[in-house]
Each structure stands twice: as structure tokens, then as C-alpha cells.
Design a protein around this ligand. Structure first.
Ligand SMILES: [Zn+2]
Length: 239
């Protein structure tokens, strides 16, 4: 077996037998990593709680055929504020779950790693209200599902758009917006999120556009993943 080193963000963990755990991580160089952590659930484990979801670690791993084996893990960042704040933690869990679902096995994607780590740092420091929806739109765009924001997804006409269809992944003209109407602000916010105006979009503070774009983002994400997100389902009480 060969040994490799990487920085990795822990996305999810599962129990394995009495004392081991399987950890799903996003490595900066390696892409999605699935590795066994031996003895992690013993009280004297040398890994302690370093390999919990939302930990950024420096990793030394044995490459395996199906699962790798963690040899060493040192904490780089714990995102403590996020862990102690329910609103931040909910957003972080959506970010981790979406990343876990969308990242492909064995495919190096440093751009994805950088996006996720950057967004978690902004969440930890500021928790801007538009962060979650902006992240999801960026994530979708990065993975090849950039929303169509200039012409109607139904008829291809240009001009003023009045609706958005998360299933078709784009805007709708006045004629086709039936039942899928959105505000002009939401269309601008989605366009801005994927069009390099993220800093501006994150300054949007308090208006219905935040919940409107977040709901559309989650719907579009669930269409792409072909399933609903565990985190979102279990936190309906939040709203
Ligand atoms: Zn149309």
C-alpha cells in the first residue's frame, strides 16, 4: 500500500463494527476520500475527535483498494463558532451534505475544495444571510449545472424574465412563468452568485429575496442530486 498526505475536510462519518469508523472527506488534492479510522471510538483513541464532520485536517493515509486507512490526522481548523451556533451549524451541515453528495469518487477537484473551505470560513467569521444560497448556486455551477439566467428555459426567448424553474435549471419568460414566479431581485441574486459578484450578493441583508433564493437553490440542488437532503428534511422546524 502507498502512503499519501493531503489536507481534507471531514464531511460525514459512519460506524464500522465495535470501535472503527468510516470517514468521508474531501481532500484538496485527492477529491473525495473514504477511509477507515481504526479504534476511533475507544476512549483512548489517538485520533480523539479530530475526525468529526466539519473538521479540517492534515491527513496521512494508506491508499487501499476500496477504502483507505487513516494513519495520522492533525487538526488544521475546527470551525468552533459554527459548532456552537445552531443557525451556522445547520448551514454547515447542508454545505457538508451537498458536497458529499455531489463530489465524485476518485476525482481530484481542488476548485471544489477551495470553494467549500472558503465558504465555511466566511460562515465561521460573519454568517452572511445570503451565504447558503450563494454557495449552492456556485456549487451547482462548478459541477456543470450552471443555471440558465439569460433566456427562457422553455422557449429560448430573451428579454425580461418573470419566473424560475428549479427543475429545468433556469429562468422563465412572462408567458411561461405560470406558478413559478420569482422576484427580479431573486433573479439578480442568482445571476450575481454565479457571475462573479459574490461579495456584493453577500451584503444583501434583510429582504424576502434571501428565503426566496435559498428555497430555489435547495430545490435546484435536490433535482440535481435526485433526492432530498437529510439535513433540510430534519430541520423543517427551523423556519
Ligand atoms: Zn418562455
Amino acid at each position: 500500500m502507498t502512503l499519501y498526505r493531503d489536507s481534507a475536510l471531514v464531511l460525514r462519518t459512519w460506524r464500522l463494527g465495535e470501535s472503527d469508523r468510516i470517514v468521508s472527506m474531501l481532500g484538496e488534492k485527492s477529491g473525495k476520500i473514504r477511509a477507515v479510522v481504526k479504534g476511533v471510538r475507544k476512549t483512548k483513541s489517538r485520533f480523539g475527535s479530530r475526525l468529526e464532520p466539519l473538521s479540517l485536517v492534515s491527513l496521512l493515509c494508506w491508499k487501499g483498494r476500496e477504502l483507505d486507512v487513516v494513519s495520522q490526522a492533525e487538526t488544521i481548523e475546527l470551525f468552533k463558532q459554527t459548532r456552537e451556533d445552531l443557525d451556522r451549524l445547520y448551514k454547515a451541515n447542508v454545505i457538508l451534505e451537498a458536497t458529499e453528495q455531489i463530489a465524485q469518487d476518485g476525482y481530484s477537484d481542488p476548485e471544489l475544495f477551495n470553494l467549500v473551505v472558503r465558504v465555511l470560513r466566511v460562515l465561521e467569521a460573519d454568517n452572511p444571510k445570503m451565504l447558503l444560497s450563494s454557495f449552492i448556486w456556485k456549487l451547482l455551477a462548478l459541477q456543470g449545472y450552471r443555471p440558465q439566467m439569460s433566456v427562457c428555459v422553455n422557449c429560448g426567448s430573451a428579454g425580461a424574465m418573470a419566473g424560475f424553474d428549479p427543475a429545468a435549471g433556469g429562468v422563465l419568460c412572462e408567458e411561461h412563468a405560470n406558478g413559478k414566479r420569482v422576484s427580479t431581485e431573486a433573479i439578480k441574486a442568482i445571476s450575481g452568485s454565479v457571475g462573479g459578484q459574490l461579495a456584493q450578493i453577500l451584503r444583501i441583508e434583510s429582504s424576502p429575496v434571501i428565503s426566496e433564493t435559498e428555497l430555489l437553490a435547495l430545490q435546484a440542488l435536490e433535482v440535481v442530486l435526485e433526492r432530498s437532503l437529510r439535513t433540510v428534511r430534519s430541520s423543517i422546524v427551523r423556519h
